[in-house]
Design a protein around this ligand. Structure first.
Ligand code: SAH
Length: 500
């Protein structure tokens, strides 16, 4: 039997970008994933579809599975020869009970490894603009648990020693005892005006930071209703936040952004939104599917060499082309010397990934301008293949034909509108709605049965003028139209717009 291995993996504090390369690799090939409430959803989503996911809970006071049972589960799965990833928030050994799990595995003779993670003790302050050390402030920082009530007689924490103004104190799990802790540190001589910050859900789109002093922080936290999970930072470095705050002050920070594109295209948008502190909300409203007439799509690929030009209007067209070619047992060579036009930089990029350089990438993606560019490069009687979505606009072929080109339009793929039963609930959480194509707009309207009231008051952002026009015609109020018609361009345009 193949020997199993249990990987105790630090998942970092929440931002999926803070996952280590090794952790991402292990999660992506896990057979069993064991995680708790600190594991961010986008990280759990990296596990392959067939991976067994086991939630073991663990929130202060409401353990779903007791620690001994988690240990026993790891041992059992390891012995079964499975590839087990035990995902832990932050670093597995920083108040993560990873030590106990490793002991249990070692005692049982099950192979294991430890993959350190970025601990919230450092990352949450960093995302709040607080460096845990700074030459002008201190030369030490201490990470400790605030789980213990300092009033408890047999405290293992030496509070008198901790109360040193020349160090930063970072406390995890301290929310339950914050008032007692602050009182105790003041009683031990730490000045009442020592700055304190509480960073909740650090590095995540819901990150919130409250600041005060030892004397005031418990009241501030109560007033603002901040609860666990939060990191408490005590020391003069907290004041630096005023100058170097960066994550939670951008135009998109904390904003819920609805992504309506198909899942295969949504990933890059979510990643970028995360980096900007926004909360991506995935609501794929269209799916890209093979066309009704597959044989026409394939015949065009097989006879691509008979055209002088082939025009790809989206990356989906490029992907479809190569899928149809592969189904025929063919590859890029079917194109021979055919010249290629690619509408949009992403389309050109997708071609490059297949080793093809587009001969013509129009600056303007609007059909009229593309037709003019193609007319300049072709002469009457030449054959042009338009390999694109079923049901797309006819401006381009009409213009080419009116000028004597032989233009054939082939449906390479089609977009199918998807319903989303959770759409209304997702809309309630969204501040911004994004549309990357007219088909997503139509699918959105259909998913709401034409009742657009849940979208009122939200910022509507479209990838380009045609999508914007479709949105306006559907009755949406369009606030942002990207100048560069790519997902990145859309996010740039949103960032540049001061959202209210
Ligand atoms: N191993 C984890 C800590 C686990 S103990 C690590 O290295 O980060 C759980 C405590 O960690 C929480 O009570 C909270 O104090 C802190 N914590 C974990 N993730 C956090 C986050 N994203 N923001 C703020 N605090 C967090």
């Amino acid at each position: 039997m193949r020997r199993g291995k249990v990987s105790l993996v630090g998942a970092g504090p929440g931002d999926p970008g803070l996952l280590t390369v090794k952790a991402a690799r292990l999660v992506a090939r896990a057979e069993v994933l064991i995680y708790d409430y600190l594991a961010a959803e986008p990280i759990v989503a990296l596990a392959p579809p067939h991976c067994q996911r086991i939630y073991v809970g663990k929130k202060a006071g409401q353990h779903t599975l007791p620690q001994q049972e988690i240990d026993a589960l790891l041992v059992r799965l390891g012995r079964e020869g499975r590839r087990v990833v035990r995902l832990k928030g932050g670093d597995p050994f920083v108040f993560g009970r990873g030590g106990e799990e490793a002991e249990a595995l070692a005692a049982a003779g099950v192979a294991f490894e430890i993959v350190p993670g970025i601990t919230s003790a450092i990352a949450a302050p960093a995302y709040a603009g607080i460096p845990v050390t700074h030459r002008e402030h201190n030369a030490q920082f201490v990470v400790c648990t605030g789980h213990e009530d300092p009033g408890k007689l047999a405290s293992t924490i030496d509070w008198a020693k901790l109360a040193d103004p020349h160090r930063t104190i970072v406390m995890l799990m301290a929310m339950g005892n914050l008032r007692e802790i602050a009182g105790c540190l003041m009683a031990e001589g730490l000045p009442a005006q020592t700055p304190v910050a509480v960073v909740r859900e650090g590095t995540k789109p819901d990150q919130r930071t409250a600041t005060g002093t030892l004397a005031t922080i418990a009241d501030v936290v109560e007033r603002e209703g901040l609860a666990a999970p939060a990191v408490v930072v005590i020391g003069s470095v907290v004041a630096l936040r005023e100058r170097i705050r960066w994550f939670d002050c951008g135009a998109l920070a904390g904003k819920g952004v609805l992504i309506t594109r198909p899942p295969e295209d949504a990933g890059e948008m979510s990643e970028r939104l995360y980096e900007l502190g926004a909360r991506p909300i995935s609501a794929p409203l269209i799916a890209i599917e093979p066309p009704h007439d597959i044989s026409a799509a394939r015949t065009a690929v097989e006879h691509a060499g008979a055209y002088q030009w082939i025009v790809f209007t989206s990356r989906n067209g490029v992907r479809a082309f190569f899928e149809h070619a592969a189904a025929l047992g063919r590859d890029a060579r079917v194109l021979g010397g055919v010249k290629i036009a690619a509408i949009g930089s992403v389309t050109a990029q997708t071609l490059r990934a297949h080793g093809l350089r587009a001969d013509f990438v129009p600056d303007d993606y609007v059909a009229e301008a593309v037709a003019d560019g193609l007319l300049e490069r072709t002469s009457a009687g030449e054959r042009v293949l338009l390999y694109r979505a079923a049901g797309a606009r006819d401006v381009l072929p009409e213009r080419l034909r009116a000028n004597g080109r032989i233009c054939e339009v082939v449906a390479a793929y089609r977009t199918r509108a998807l319903g989303d039963p959770a759409l209304r609930e997702k809309l309630a959480r969204a501040d911004v709605l994004t549309f990357a194509s007219s088909s997503t707009v139509r699918a959105f309207v259909a998913a709401l049965d034409g009742d657009l009231s849940p979208s009122r008051g939200k910022t509507v952002a479209c990838i380009g003028p045609i999508t914007a026009q479709t949105a306006r015609e559907a009755g949406l109020h369009v606030d942002v139209v990207a100048e560069v018609h790519t997902a990145d361009g859309l996010i740039d345009a949103l960032e540049a717009t001061a959202l209210t």
